[in-house]
Design a protein around this ligand. Structure first.
Ligand SMILES: [Zn+2]
Length: 247
């Protein structure tokens, strides 16, 4: 409060007006902050949804690897089976033949196929080991996905709640703003709104040590005295903002 002496009715009227204007400016600032926060909500949602996608991709990759191993294992099993049938056929041919040469040739074929089967079975063992190693990764990806999904769900609900709360707060502030604004005289209200638009959202500025905190310029002493006297609304000669001796 700039007064040590008892305010006159004129002081009191100006003081009341200034208080109202300062209040309005505070509401304005809160509205700006709220709008910015609300505008930023879709970005927050995107960040959360990106995390869900990452978890899904991680799980799907582990599953794909596992499917790939299983498919290769199945195809190896089929190959082994068909080679065993081939050996079976060779043995039947051996049983029928009386020629020693042919018998020996078939033996040779059989040992070749058997060697191939050993290779295939080795690969099968390798694949089984790969599957065993992959299992904990798959389980972890699955657990991460489930836990992450739960958390993400909660974050999305919290975000919706935040959006509702912010919007409610914004609409309350906007109502309060209209109410306060309509209680001002038309000229002053219009000047205030014009200043808000042209002065980067700041219509009311504190005068401190003769410096306007809106444009940071020193005002003439007589202007400063007028502001301190609080008998009328005074504007900054440089930026045009409404000056107050307090905030
Ligand atoms: Zn100024």
């Amino acid at each position: 409060m700039p007064f040590t002496k008892k305010p006159t009715p004129q002081n009191q009227a100006t003081l009341n007006l200034l208080k109202k204007l300062i209040d309005l400016q505070k509401i304005e600032n809160q509205i700006t902050t709220l709008k910015r926060e609300i505008q930023n909500l879709p970005n927050q949602r995107l960040v959360i949804e990106k995390r869900r996608e990452d978890l899904e991709i991680n799980l799907e990759n582990s599953r794909k690897q596992m499917r790939h191993i299983e498919l290769e294992k199945k195809s190896l099993e089929l190959e082994v089976k068909s080679k065993q049938q081939l050996i079976q056929r060779y043995r039947e041919q051996q049983a029928k033949t009386r020629k020693n040469e042919e018998f020996q040739a078939l033996n040779h074929e059989i040992s070749l196929v058997q060697a191939e089967i050993v290779k295939l079975e080795d690969r099968e063992l390798e694949l089984m080991e790969e599957a065993e190693n992959l299992k904990p990764h798959l389980q972890k990806a699955d657990a991460d996905y489930k836990a992450g999904l739960q958390e993400i769900q909660e974050q999305l609900i919290a975000l919706d709640y935040k959006k509702d709360s912010l919007q409610k707060l914004l609409s309350d502030l906007q109502n309060k703003r209209s109410e306060n604004l309509s209680s001002l005289e038309t000229d002053l209200a219009e000047n205030y709104e014009r200043l808000l638009k042209t002065k980067n959202g700041l219509a009311i500025a504190r005068l401190h040590n003769d410096v306007c905190r809106g444009c940071w310029m020193k005002v003439p002493r007589e202007t400063a005295l007028l502001v301190e006297a609080c008998t009328e609304i005074v504007t900054c000669p440089n930026c045009g903002r409404i000056l107050t001796p307090f905030d």
